[in-house]
Design a protein around this ligand. Sequence first.
Ligand code: IMP
Length: 181
Amino acid sequence: MAQPAYVIDQLISAKAIAARIEALAGDIETAFAGTDKLIVVGLLRGSFVFIADLVRELDLPVEVDFLEASSYGDGTESTREVRIMKDLRGKIEGRDVLVVEDIVDTGHTLTHVIGLLRSRQPRRLETIALLDKPSRREVDIKATWTGFEIPDAFVVGYGIDYAQRNRNLPYIGTVRFLDEA
Ligand code: IMP
């Protein structure tokens, strides 16, 4: 089905994202200081750019793994029902784990993933979200670290898509549908 026409307005520049990631990496290094191994779990697909930049700022022994949870399909509304499409390759029992999410919106995805991973008894489990839309929350959850709080708008770029498009933008932008104007 054809997507409606839209334009993208820049919300957060590539430079601002890079500066924020540097600061967040410092906080994560402090929190996990002395770890023998930090397993950084990226939630596919939206976090792939964020996790790539984040791990390169982390001066810790890290391992990277990925988990895919279903979310919006090809629309802009959450389905609320979270399904695991691809599980971790490695075990996390007794390990230090950092879950990396692109956006916490309603909160259903992160809540589900945390519940699943906690049941596997990691030593420590923390979460980081690049973006947070607190006004959209339906379940009471907050990531340990957040990059930016943003208003209730549909965003793309820096790994985040609209119907699989625009993940390659180096900045975060809001989608403005032209028939809404
Ligand atoms: P939640 O379960 O409602 O918190 O949604 C989390 C997931 O929905 C995120 O990981 C994104 O994949 C997707 N999502 C939420 N808001 C947006 C958005 O503004 N643009 C693109 N994807 C989004």
